[in-house]
Design a protein around this ligand. Structure first.
Ligand SMILES: CSCCC(=O)C(=O)COP(=O)(O)O
Ligand SMILES: [Zn+2]
Length: 218
């Protein structure tokens, strides 16, 4: 399937979903200083051939403009002639699509995901257990213990993308970049949003738990 085979209706639906998500996350303060990026896949998928709409690089994501999104291919190249630049982290999105075949990927920088990724960064994963929102990740096992992968935050994005195949775990729909932010994905925008919200809740619980004083002996 080429980009022009994908219906206008499907492309517009993807752009509408991105616009809604962008507005909601911006209202939560999840795009400080132009950080963060979002994408939704369109059309058919094979690991080597797919297309997605992605946020333009360096934009203020708290306002809507006609330059907010563009469509790119599996190599992160623009599908149509445009002056817009795709997100600087488009190759990370492309690698996650290639590995998972998912339908949407959302990336945000928050204080909690930064603090927790640094705290557990040397281990290479964030451990979590006994938090109800683990179910929000689609993991319904009783008292599930999960490990959320943490990758180093190299300045060279292709170097990060290369690490993804060895790091990504099929059962965990997210990856942290140390002292940077999280990528969360799902079969569609609804699921990717639910996963991202669950991760952020988990990070806040973990961080606040570290601050609790020891319980007095009873
Ligand atoms: C301004 S934060 C540094 C870049 C970054 O990590 C990010 O998420 C935003 O980059 P983009 O090119 O997608 O605007
Ligand atoms: Zn980022």
């Amino acid at each position: 399937m080429t980009f022009s085979d994908i219906s206008l209706e499907e492309k517009q639906k993807a752009l509408g979903e991105l616009r809604n998500i962008k507005e909601q996350f911006a209202a939560r303060g999840w795009f400080p200083g132009t950080s963060g990026n979002l994408s939704v896949r369109v059309g058919a998928f094979t690991p080597d051939r797919f297309h997605f709409a992605v946020t333009s690089s360096g934009k203020d994501k708290s306002v809507h403009t006609p330059e907010d999104f563009l469509f790119v291919d599996a190599n992160g190249e623009a599908c149509e002639t445009t002056a817009l630049k795709p997100s600087a982290e488009t190759l990370i999105h492309a690698k996650i699509y290639r590995m998972t075949g998912c339908g949407a990927i959302f990336h945000v920088h928050t204080v909690y995901n930064n603090l927790i990724s640094e705290y557990y960064g040397d281990e290479g994963y964030v451990p979590a257990q006994g938090i109800e929102l683990i179910k929000g990740l689609g993991i319904w096992e009783e008292n599930a213990a999960i490990r959320i992968p943490v990758l180093p935050n190299y300045a060279d994005i292709p170097s990060i993308a290369k690490l993804i195949p060895g790091t990504l775990k099929p059962e965990i729909p997210g990856i942290l970049l140390r002292n940077h932010g999280i990528y969360a994905w799902g079969a569609n925008a609804f699921e990717a949003k639910r996963h991202l919200e669950a991760f952020e809740f988990i990070f806040e619980v973990l961080y606040r738990s570290l601050l609790l004083p020891p319980r007095p002996h009873s």
